[in-house]
Design a protein around this ligand. Sequence first.
Ligand SMILES: C[S@@+](CC[C@H](N)C(=O)[O-])C[C@H]1O[C@@H](n2cnc3c(N)ncnc32)[C@H](O)[C@@H]1O
Length: 193
Amino acid sequence: MAEEPFKGYLSNKSYGESLVLAIKDNVSFFKNTGLDKKLSKSNGPFVDLGCSIGNELSAFQKGYPHLKTMGIDINKGYLKEAKKNSPKSKFIYASLRNIPLPNNSIPILFSSRIFQWCNKNKAIDEILHETYRILKPENKGIYIMLLEDFIKKEENKYFIQQVKDKGFKILKNDLENYGMILQKPNNKKYFYS
Ligand SMILES: C[S@@+](CC[C@H](N)C(=O)[O-])C[C@H]1O[C@@H](n2cnc3c(N)ncnc32)[C@H](O)[C@@H]1O
């Protein structure tokens, strides 16, 4: 598992709770990202890609009660649990390779530790393509991506090249330890209606 950007931060809390508190306190990886302000001001939806059993969604929901939250996962059993863990969130049963959401529609995307499943470059390619497509452009949208060892060690170069090729603007790059914070520039490169 990757080192979390909030490693050691309030370690008595769960992963999701520590993450939300680290964002609120503007620590470490989240410094100068304006993320807390964005999450406080936005109605969302905040979409967790590969939400599993909904623990992180639940933490964000509690931390930012006004925020509409949504989770996507390909595992029906996980989604059933997620509905119990985060009852206010909406859920979509779908693959991240083909996300049933419109272009330029989502202001806040979040994913944590989803890419270790992508042991083929094609999957990395397709997921980055889809996340770029649905993210709102410029400072209306932000993608918080937390990664894991797989990306750090083996697929690092390919991954970062794909992020750039898709057209993402990299706001924070701490791929060695944590992850990336990305935006989509308003350059009409992809999927403009
Ligand atoms: C290691 S878990 C990470 C869960 C959570 N985000 C976390 O950080 O603890 C990976 C999740 O991605 C989901 N997943 C894997 N491939 C997927 C795909 N193609 N589409 C949607 N979800 C996928 C799995 O079902 C699982 O819930």
